[in-house]
Ligand binder design. Structure first.
Ligand code: ADP
Length: 204
């Protein structure tokens, strides 16, 4: 099963992607995590991505596509994957299609988490505050200033993807303002509907 999870920063994409990956037994591929790992280990991709990530901007398409191409061709992604944070532009969506097409594969569904913009800042600042209290690493882009840029980028470059995937008939939207468990159940229901099965038996 090949799934894309779409949603603005702070919509709960990461949380839900991890849960879905566990429940479905397929890997979660988060481009944000991969890029942060590249920055912290100082790879050439990381060095190129660092400043733009810190400001809240989007990393150039070709860099991210290169990172994703390596992952989706790995044996652990053979039975599918959940893409979290990719694609973020229509050009990335087209590159993804080309990568999959080359292996005669396609996307099964695109799940969109819908969350009002006015709750996102509170969620992000809360995450930064909690990370600090628990002495976890605080993301350098979890600031009011960077979030403004992240939201602008989302609206301008990522939101058009909803129309793109809606026109292909594979977009399913879920209310991301509900409690975490309800959002998780709604996502599973949406996948089951897409696959035309009555219910998905989540893994223990
Ligand atoms: P969030 O969705 O909360 O903003 P992510 O962890 O998904 O956070 O991404 C963090 C940052 O990593 C983004 O702001 C961007 O700079 C970079 N990034 C992640 N995925 C992509 C992508 N597909 N294209 C371009 N940049 C990306």
């Amino acid at each position: 099963m090949r799934i894309v999870l779409l949603g603005p920063p702070g919509s709960g994409k990461g949380t839900q992607a991890i849960r879905l990956a566990q429940q479905l037994g397929i890997p979660q591929l988060s481009t944000g995590d991969m890029l942060r790992a590249a920055v912290s280990t100082g790879t050439s991709v990381g060095r190129k991505a660092e400043a733009v990530m810190e400001s809240g901007g989007l990393v150039p398409d070709e860099l991210v596509v290169e990172v994703v191409a390596q992952c989706i061709l790995q044996p652990d992604a053979e039975n599918g994957f959940i893409l979290d944070g990719f694609p973020r532009t229509v050009a990335q969506a087209r590159s993804l299609e080309d990568l999959l097409l080359a292996k005669q594969l396609n996307l099964d569904c695109v799940l969109e988490l819908r969350v009002d913009e006015d709750v996102l800042l509170g969620r992000i600042l809360n995450r930064a505050r909690e990370a600090k209290i628990n002495r976890h690493a605080v993301r350098v882009d979890d600031t009011e200033e960077a979030l403004k840029v992240r939201l602008q980028e989302y609206r301008r470059r990522t939101e058009p993807l909803t129309d793109y995937y809606r026109s292909k008939g594979i977009l399913r939207s879920v209310d991301g303002l509900q409690p975490i468990n309800i959002v998780a159940a709604s996502l599973l229901e949406a996948i089951a509907r897409e696959l035309c099965v009555p219910k998905i038996q989540a893994r223990a």
